[in-house]
Design a protein around this ligand. Sequence first.
Ligand code: NZQ
Ligand code: ZN
Length: 383
Amino acid sequence: MNNFEFQNPTKLIFGEGTIAKLAKNIDKNKKILMTCGGGSIKKNGVYDQVKEALAGYDVTEFWGIEANPDYATLMKAVEICKTQNIDLLLAVGGGSVIDGTKFIAAGSLYEGDPWDFLSGAATIQKALPLAAVLTLPATGSEMNGNAVISRRETGEKLAFGSKATYPQFSILDPNALRSLPQRQIANGIVDTYIHTFEQYMTFDNKTMVMDRWAEGLLQTLITLAPSLIAGNADYQTYANYMLTATMGLNGFVAMGCVEDWSTHSIGHELTAMHGLDHGVTLAIVWPGVARVMKEYKMDKLVQYGERVWGITEGTNEERAEKAIQATEEFFKSVGMKIKLSDHNIGQETIQRIVQRFKERGWTLGEFGRVTPEKTEEILNAVL
Ligand code: NZQ
Ligand code: ZN
């Protein structure tokens, strides 16, 4: 187990009817910018609940933060914050709205171009306070300091992480999930599964509690997926799913671990170039990472296969392959198409990604073993 320091400052407010608690957590004199997506919160009643809870508050609304939030859209909100003395940002939506809001929060207190936080030209020193009402479990953004921002004009999708951009509090009412379409449920299940993998599926870190914790999250997702996907989930199913997604990327399962994150970095390119949903990219890329990097991940693949899927027969090589296949079948069972060719993506994209990683000097994964050449192999393995 590696040395580590752990601190997560976000207050989690969880359960039925909790949106009403907004007022208890925000001072009446604060000037709020409420940030929203494309309108799902108007259809499912979340917007009305937020407005009711904040009756009498000074609230300005900013609409139109799209899935894979775009720099150009977010800069309009940065301008509002800079000119209207906003005290607090309240994100109401999924990971994209929350990520976008983190960018706005940091960008509003920055003199230069906030894209610097994504390009690596600057690190975030301060940000406006932010809070969230979550409507889509997947990213863990409601309880972490990370954001992934797209820039459509250049076809880029990059991430930042900062202590300054953790939400002060996040409200999670599982009833907000009842309106989620099957596509977004599937995206969220796969995203949470791969977040867990990025922290767990490396080598034997001697992180016994974290291993069991990660395996618990994976098993919970496998248990809950059928009713979530079939659309007959009850409150407890939504509640457990929502908390699983948060726990998948709030730092808890990473304590003392060496992490991977190569699946995410490669997947972000597929979204940037082809607009694929984030979850879809992960279901495609991870099996390639697992097969190409198998020699380094063997112990963990075998452990995962045994503890999560009950695979105990065969050589380690056979057991690892069975574990990867079981994972692929799980992704397909939630409706994912897991090959690049299923999405009409071919060699041209592979070469563009490899070229980009070479230009950026990126080596990914635990210990930087996923070189651009390995990335090429990985993508060819999932063609
Ligand atoms: O825009 P609206 O109308 O609200 O519709 C959204 C959007 O179209 C809809 N939706 C959200 N809640 C709903 C709902 N529809 C019906 N009922 C509800 N309750 O779902 C669509 C997708 O929303 P989005 O926020 O884009 O999804 P998600 O939460 O999966 O976020 C994806 C983004 O997060 C980034 C991804 O790269 C991507 O840009 N990530 C952020 C991470 C982080 N901050 O730590 C880590 C992740 O690995 C990920 O990379
Ligand atoms: Zn993700």
